[in-house]
Design a protein around this ligand. Structure first.
Ligand code: VG1
Ligand code: CO
Length: 543
């Protein structure tokens, strides 16, 4: 075994987006592409002698090859130890959990999350810091600067290690320990939730269906829901991670999880349905013939959090990303705790959680989590819901409807225009920004504009400022339209339009969502000229 220094030249565009660097697999397969990025991360970290790194991914195509390369590079960089998931598999929340539990310096997650996989699909890489969370912008920016200047990387010429067998081995002086992908994570879940109560609920005939979407959460859900909580075999469907996710989009929304939606819409539907995404950090919650919007899910969990043992002491605060509905703010107000509004992306929650300012966090994009780790967490959200259902004896629909009665309903929808021309999308946003200054007080038919701006966030802990985080038009009655461009796509641009209307009157709590939001949908089109700029009369995905 020896360590070699390899000359390289920089690749343009290795700037991490909302959640790491995501590109087509073919881009990552170019010689030196992955190596350049990894060396840039290591260079940014500096001396790693005596330090531990955690490594794993969602099992998508190229995962194993990338794991072997990164192990050889970590050895060359002088890490003392790497903890790698068996088969190269670790969900994003499991990486976060393992980093924290074992006091690692950080971790590398190989995933493009909900983006499709396979040789023609996407691949991704993300660095998480010692608190278990995604690196903040100061770090991702330093990594990017390094990728622009890189001229060489260092790598051991050691042979591939056997990722299937748990246990320790060595590359150069570095110890590599292949760990059970689920064990540490499952142990943490047992500390947070009332497993006995959930077990009783299930033993009493309560039926559930969890869709692993052939992505990483399958093994976690099988071990916990079927193995530890006694759900009958087959309660977890599409449980085996596949390199191409079975050809599907591992994105847990009603459009992509059509099989689960059909199961939950049947007359003999289970009591509870859920799905997670490629890397296991998202969750979709369903009742029998009933969908829970992610924003409502956060609000319901917050309102009942003390029913779960891990949250019995109460919440310190609730944080949500700006485009997420304001439903959780109403709960925070009722509980007398602070509510925080951050830019999109989990990395913005890290400081709030570390500083003890927030306990629960959520995003409208099927992301929910807490201070138990520093990532959003799909299986955690499922267990939280099961804990609430067991503790209250109520159905999913009853819990949500009662929540609306108490707090009012925030009708909410996101319209995505995927794969639009990047130039046109940028122009659309630029022209919206120009209009902002004159929108205040404007009468838009049913609505009057209270204020319009481009969301800017000052982190209350470290004072860092993030600008241009989404154009928002907020009406005098609290209804909102938000526009932003996705930072996770790999083809063209994706315009996201977020629509929210607050309705206090229970008599109007059961309208079809798109109908309830129709006046706002028309205003969004009128203000932004979406059809003109994108050539699209309708969104590609509505959630
Ligand atoms: C999307 C979501 C955002 C989420 C991010 C990463 O980002 O909108 O809420 O944090 O994906 O989630 P964007 O920039 O495309 O809107 V995941 O599960 O892909 O790591
Ligand atoms: Co994800």
């Amino acid at each position: 075994m020896s360590i070699n220094t390899v000359s390289t030249t920089s690749f343009p565009g290795q700037r991490p987006g909302t959640s790491g660097l995501r590109k087509k697999v073919s881009v990552f397969q170019q010689p030196h592409y992955l190596e350049n990025f990894v060396q840039s991360v290591f260079d940014t970290l500096g001396d790693c002698a005596g330090k531990t790194l955690v490594l794993g991914g969602d099992g998508r195509f190229h995962n194993r090859a990338a794991v072997q390369t990164i192990l050889r590079m970590a050895a060359a960089h002088g890490f003392a130890r790497v903890l790698v998931g068996q088969g190269g598999i670790l969900s994003t929340p499991a990486v976060s959990c393992v980093i924290r539990k074992h006091g690692a310096l950080g971790g590398i997650v190989l995933s493009a999350s909900h983006n499709p996989g396979g040789p023609d699909g996407d691949f991704g890489i993300k660095y998480n810091i010692s608190n278990g969370g995604p690196a903040p912008e100061s770090v991702t920016e330093a990594v990017y600067q390094r990728t622009e200047a890189i001229t060489e990387y260092r790598i051991s010429d050691a042979a591939d290690i056997d990722l299937q067998k748990t246990g320790a081995t060595r590359i150069e002086a570095m110890e590599v320990e292949v760990i059970d992908s689920v064990a540490d994570y499952a142990e943490l879940m047992q500390q947070l939730f009332d497993f006995d109560a959930i077990r009783k609920l299930i033993a009493g005939g309560f039926r559930l269906c969890f869709d692993g979407m052939h992505a990483v959460s399958g093994p976690y859900a099988k071990a916990i829901l079927e193995g530890q909580l006694g759900a009958p075999a087959g309660s977890v469907i599409n449980a085996v991670p596949l390199e191409d996710f079975g050809g599907h989009h591992p994105d847990p929304n009603p459009v992509n999880a059509a099989q689960l939606i059909a199961i939950m819409a049947a007359d003999d539907a289970p009591d509870f349905g859920a799905a997670s995404d490629g890397d296991g950090d998202r969750n979709m919650i369903l009742g029998r013939k009933f969908d829970v919007t992610p924003s409502d899910s956060l609000a319901v969990l917050a309102a009942h959090a003390t029913l779960a043992p891990g949250y019995r002491a109460g919440l310190k605060g609730i944080a949500r990303s700006m485009p997420t509905s304001q439903a959780a703010d109403r709960v925070a107000q009722a509980l007398g705790i602070p509510a925080y509004e951050t830019p999109t992306g989990w990395k913005f929650f890290g400081n709030l959680l570390d500083a003890g300012k927030a306990t629960l966090c959520g995003e409208e994009s099927y992301g929910t989590g807490s201070d138990h780790i520093r990532e959003k967490d799909g299986v955690w959200a499922v267990l939280f819901w099961l804990n609430l259902l067991a503790a209250t004896g109520k159905s999913v629909e009853a819990l949500v409807s009662e929540h609306w009665q108490r707090f009012g309903r925030n009708y909410y929808s996101r319209h995505d225009y995927e794969g639009v021309d990047t130039h046109a999308a940028n122009e659309l946003m630029a022209s919206l920004r120009i209009k902002l200054a004159t929108m205040k007080g404007q009468d838009l038919g049913h609505y009057v504009v209270d204020f319009a701006d481009d969301f800017e966030y000052t982190d209350p802990v470290d004072g860092s400022v993030s600008q241009q985080q989404g154009v928002r038009i907020v009406m005098t009655n609290g209804s909102r339209i938000v526009f932003r461009l996705s930072g996770t796509g790999t083809e063209g641009a994706t315009l996201r339009v977020y629509l929210e209307r607050y309705e206090a009157d229970p008599e109007f709590h059961h309208l079809p969502t798109q109908q309830a939001l129709y006046p706002l949908i028309l205003i969004a089109e009128q203000v932004a000229g979406i059809a003109d700029w994108t050539g699209r009369a309708h969104p590609t995905v509505t959630t």
